[in-house]
Design a protein around this ligand. Sequence first.
Ligand SMILES: Cc1cc2nc3c(=O)[nH]c(=O)nc-3n(C[C@H](O)[C@H](O)[C@H](O)COP(=O)(O)OP(=O)(O)OC[C@H]3O[C@@H](n4cnc5c(N)ncnc54)[C@H](O)[C@@H]3O)c2cc1C
Length: 483
Amino acid sequence: MLDRVHVYFQQMASQSADVIIIGAGIAGVTAANKLFASGYKDVKILEARNRIGGRIHTVSLGPNACSVEMGAQWIHGGGDNPVYCIALAHDLLDHSNVHDEFAGAYYNENGTSVDKSLLDTVTTIFKETVEDMVDFSFSDSKSTLTCQEYLTNRMSTILSPISDAQKEEAANIFRSLLNILKEDCGDDLTNLSLRCNGFEDDFRNDDHTLPAGYENLLRIQMSNFEPDVIRFETEVKLIDWSEKENGMDSVVLKCVERGTEMTYTANHVISTIPLGVLKKKHKQLFSPALPAGKASLIEKLGFGKVNKILLHYEEPFWTKGNGGIKLVWDQAPKCDVGERSWARDIFAFKEMKHIDNMLIAWIYGDSAEQIENIDEARVGEVCTQVLRQFLSDNTIPNPSSVRTSKWCTDPHTLGAYTFVPSDCHYDDVGRSAKPLLRSSGKPTVLFAGEATHSDNYGSVHGAMISGIREATRITKWKTKQGY
Ligand SMILES: Cc1cc2nc3c(=O)[nH]c(=O)nc-3n(C[C@H](O)[C@H](O)[C@H](O)COP(=O)(O)OP(=O)(O)OC[C@H]3O[C@@H](n4cnc5c(N)ncnc54)[C@H](O)[C@@H]3O)c2cc1C
């Protein structure tokens, strides 16, 4: 009897599938969907969390249980963006609510409104400067300049059309607008490569919202999934891709599934483990270790830090429909900001048209990481102090509830999204997708996820395309083998 129990548990502790995908974010779910659509049924997804979506995470907040995004917010661009196409086909878009990055009421740190005509002039200069940075990146493919170096070198020329009397205020506006780019990469521009700044589509394409929640995009992809395709709370601890002496050429995954050790074997594994996690853990995750070239790419590529602060109010104190509130900080802190120094990295309290009474602030870099260790109520109090100062209005209420995302310390992400630092190139991002092959040429461990798409890294559509790419790599190989 005891032996039978032992065998039962041994069977329980080991499972196999033809293809195992690590991660049920958009890349993993799309890869599985593509494999099912191609007729391959023996596919499993192992997901460390107890939910789908990864960095797509829709939650219900406020008394009206509005759908709010803790991660991905917009579909960047329309046209043939696959995410846009699916959202359009399933009527998920709010066409009346196209995001305008520059919209809002602008205030100076001294509590005055920003001069409207100066703001318009500087905004135009800012947009032209971004275009120039993109043009420069195409003209000098060998440059190792960072975006910050480029801007510092040209700052006096950039602001030359402004009169001396307005130069200081114009510089403050320009620096504040730069936060838009910093939010885009999740880091200071001191680290961001000028030749690979990834801004080419910014401000040229529209950003679309999904009022009922980004997570619906995943549910559509999963509509054909059997209930047990995804194994939740199953964290892959070791990917053993060694060629075994007994000729067995499957990959062995050592996991912890709901607290119990578990082994999965597969012919092909698609890893969508985020770059932030790979940076910290690739040495312990892979056996044998990853080839030196791939390991060094993982270490070199940048993984930015971004968080959101969601502030819910009983009543809006701002003018509704305006886009929210924008902060134009002085160059040097006028007052001792002390423990609230992180707030200086907030540029916008954005209003979301489909969410009543809520402002959303984005925060990037070290400040994004810093707020994860601060009580959410305290984060809300500091935001109130800042808003009262900028709007010169001490009656601005505290938010009725505050929620902050925590992507930097989340063990299954460890950051927000990929950027290209000055010692890397777009091609490095593409090269990080190179699969691990058997001597037979069989793709054994494949890599998908936003960090593997050379043009569209850092985005939902980049992640989605990467999932299709790796599923196709497997189906092509199988077709070639006559499967
Ligand atoms: C704050 C924020 C705002 C953003 N805004 C936008 C936006 O507006 N538009 C846009 O296009 N993009 C945006 N992005 C980026 C976008 O969310 C990501 O590029 C995309 O969702 C990444 O998908 P993925 O499948 O590659 O990775 P993920 O979604 O991170 O999926 C990876 C999955 O792997 C799982 N996992 C990790 N390690 C293991 C393990 N060892 N074992 C098992 N499972 C594991 C994770 O739990 C996760 O579910 C934003 C991201 C953030 C953080």
